[in-house]
Design a protein around this ligand. Structure first.
Ligand code: ADP
Ligand code: MG
Length: 269
């Protein structure tokens, strides 16, 4: 891999949107797989108690001995919580429903917003030589999502191409601003990616036009189409890139990965 696409140290990107069902997990898995396909080393951190990213990457609940929950509580070494997956170059820190109690349990911990930051930015992470760490956030702006925003260099926002898509963004932007003011002044917005796009649907086109008019360059040129192969892949415990490598969905996530790499090369220059 050329230096062009290799960030210095792992670049940590949180995939966030407080709306459920907009394509966060799908984007985490498939962008991760597309970056891995380029020869980059990727770690996916499942930060959603639903554990959909873990399931989608083929790690059964029974095999999730240590999870993000123990990582946050600093009860486990990185090497014991990171699992390899069937996708080469792509590892996973899995999640289980245990994580759902973290929000309440951690409330009295004075470092509660910095737990993931401290875990992922510890010097021991360097030994794994990750290029990218992608954090799959839960569908809310809770303490877990704040942990992701404090740990991350940037936020990538999947935006479902449907009515009211843009409305939730202002709340998300407020939270990002708050995190910048308090804990992570360098937090950037990596970009907004339109998901489940249907080019034949006027509404999709309208959402895209609105997003591009309002958010300009923040919106990725690559758009993820609605594609049944994308939605089938998790039940085969595979990224769509493996499940149907020439599908429209797989090709769209490859294009998104290349666009992300180009953007980052420009930033590093
Ligand atoms: P989130 O993590 O934001 O809750 P998901 O990634 O789980 O959202 O996606 C919600 C649902 O939409 C899932 O059933 C997923 O398979 C489906 N889905 C996501 N992206 C696509 C797509 N491009 N084409 C078809 N179905 C999709
Ligand atoms: Mg999800």
């Amino acid at each position: 891999m050329s230096d062009l696409s290799r960030p210095v140290g792992p670049k940590i990107i949180a995939i966030a949107n407080q709306k459920g069902g907009v394509g966060k997990t799908t984007t985490t898995i498939n962008l991760g797989a597309a970056l891995a396909e380029q020869g980059l080393k990727v770690l996916v951190v499942d930060l959603d108690p639903q554990g959909n990213a873990s399931t989608g990457l083929g790690v059964d609940p029974d095999d999730r001995v240590y999870t993000t929950y123990e990582l946050l509580l600093d009860e486990v070494d990185l090497k014991d919580v990171i699992q390899i997956t069937a996708t080469s170059n792509l590892s996973l820190i899995p999640a289980t429903v245990d994580l759902s109690s973290a929000d309440i349990e951690l409330i009295s911990n004075e470092k509660r917003s910095f737990l993931l930051h401290d875990a992922l930015r510890q010097p021991a992470i360097d030994a794994f030589e990750y290029d990218f760490i992608l954090i799959d956030c839960p569908p809310s702006l809770n303490l877990l999502t704040v942990n992701a925003m404090v740990a991350a260099h940037s936020i990538l926002v999947p935006l479902q191409s449907e009515f009211f898509a843009l409305e939730g963004l202002s709340q998300l932007m407020l939270t990002i601003r708050e995190v910048r003011q308090t804990a992570n002044p360098n937090l950037r917005i990596e970009g907004v990616v339109l998901t489940m796009y249907d080019a034949r649907n006027n509404l999709s086109q309208q959402v895209e036009a609105d997003a591009r008019a309002n958010l300009g360059e923040l919106v990725f040129a690559s758009v993820i189409p609605r594609n049944v192969r994308v939605s089938e892949a998790p039940s085969f415990a595979q990224p769509v890139l493996a499940y149907d490598t020439t599908s429209k969905g797989a090709r769209a996530y490859r294009a998104l990965a290349l666009e992300l790499l180009k953007k980052n090369a420009k930033l590093a220059a």
